[in-house]
Structures are given as structure tokens and as C-alpha cells.
Design a protein around this ligand. Sequence first.
Ligand SMILES: O=C1O[C@H](COP(=O)(O)O)[C@@H](O)[C@H](O)[C@H]1O
Length: 231
Amino acid sequence: MKMQHFDSSTALNDAFAADIAARLQQAIETRGQAVFVVSGGKTPLPLFKALAQTDLDWSKVVITLADDRWLPEQHPDSNEGLVKANLLQHKAAAAHFVSLFDATHQDDAFAGCAVIAERVKGLATFDVLILGMGEDGHTASLFPCSEQIQAGLADNAPDVLAVQPATAPYQRISFSKKRLLDSRQIYIHLVGEKKLTVLQQAEAGPDASEMPIRAILQQQLVPVTVNFAAS
Ligand SMILES: O=C1O[C@H](COP(=O)(O)O)[C@@H](O)[C@H](O)[C@H]1O
């Protein structure tokens, strides 16, 4: 794991956006398209705004989410709504977005999960995956407090699973650890000292079902870079 400390989130976002654009550009040149997987929550908002202004042939970029809350995009807590309002704008408006929500099963992520599995099954290896982390050590929607945590971390897990966290709102849909690790480069994006403390706790302990971010930190298949700023 590579750890990068930045003096400010502005410096982090500028460098991060340039790095992502270079990797997506390289993927387009090598394979004709790039698959870019982002996370929701509050942390990535300024990064999304910076990326939206970045020169790239976005029409060759497929964007999806590592996870989403099972909500229509109009809901203020929908990660899809956040991505559409902040990333899929300006120069990045030409990107193709793959939603993790299905309105025909809008009240039940468990019923809708098969639709999402079908939708994402053709996605190639993720060229760039950005993960966030909650203060409980969850990443994507692999929540330690959920009944689905062992299924999400299993080596034979499906690509996506529905999750009901016990201590966070909304049903979720999440890529499994197995599918998240089918990536060429993983970034963990952290802002705030508290998240750094949580990351250090995660590095120190063995059990990924207690802190699912460990499944990303303690593997050797995919390079991981942590981009951190205190504020
Ligand atoms: O619930 C979620 O939380 C994490 C972390 O969010 P943040 O607001 O602390 O940045 C996020 O990575 C994940 O995508 C989201 O669904």
C-alpha cells in the first residue's frame, strides 16, 4: 500500500484528478475504453467537480459506483444523484453511467439485485476504483454491522449483493470484495484525522468482517494508494 499525505484537500483533489485522468487516458489508448468506479458519500464531492472540468475523451469512459443506497436518484442521499450532479457535468457529461438502482423494485434492494447483477456483468476489469471508508471501517457498502458481510467478503461472492446495514440508513447495493479486487488500481480517498485513525486501526488488525476496509488493505492482488488530507 502506498500512502500519500497532502497539505490540503484542494492539493489532494488537484493531484488526484490529474492522476485519474492519466490512468483513464492510458486505458482508452490501450483498450479503447476505460471503466471508472467511484464511491459516494461526502468526501469525493470536490474531486468530482475537478474531474468534470478535466480534458479527456469522456465518451469512452464508463462510470459506475462501488455502491449505492437503494434510492431513486432524486433522493438527496442517492450516490447516483451525487455523481450525476457533480461528476457527469461539463467535459465529463459525455461519459456513460451504469446505475446500481432499479426503479421497478424500488422498495426492495434484495428483489432488485438480480437486475443490477445482469446490468454490470459485462463490465470489464475496473481501470480505476476509488473507495471511501466509514468510521466503522466499512468500504463500498460492505458494512461490518450487516448480516451480509460474510457473503460480501467471500471468495466466491457474486459481483453485487444487496445489504441491509444495522447502524446506517437505507438498504444498499454493493460490489463484493471479489469484484472490487478485479481492478487495475484502487485508491482509498480519506479526508479528516479521524479517518486516518480508523485506517491505522484497520491496518493493525486481522478480521475483515470487523473492518471491511482490511480486505482491500491486506491483499496483494491490486495496487492500493491511500490519498489523505487532514482537512
Ligand atoms: O455510505 C457510504 O459511506 C462511505 C463513506 O462516506 P463519507 O461521507 O464518509 O465520505 C462511502 O464511501 C460509500 O460510498 C457510501 O455509500
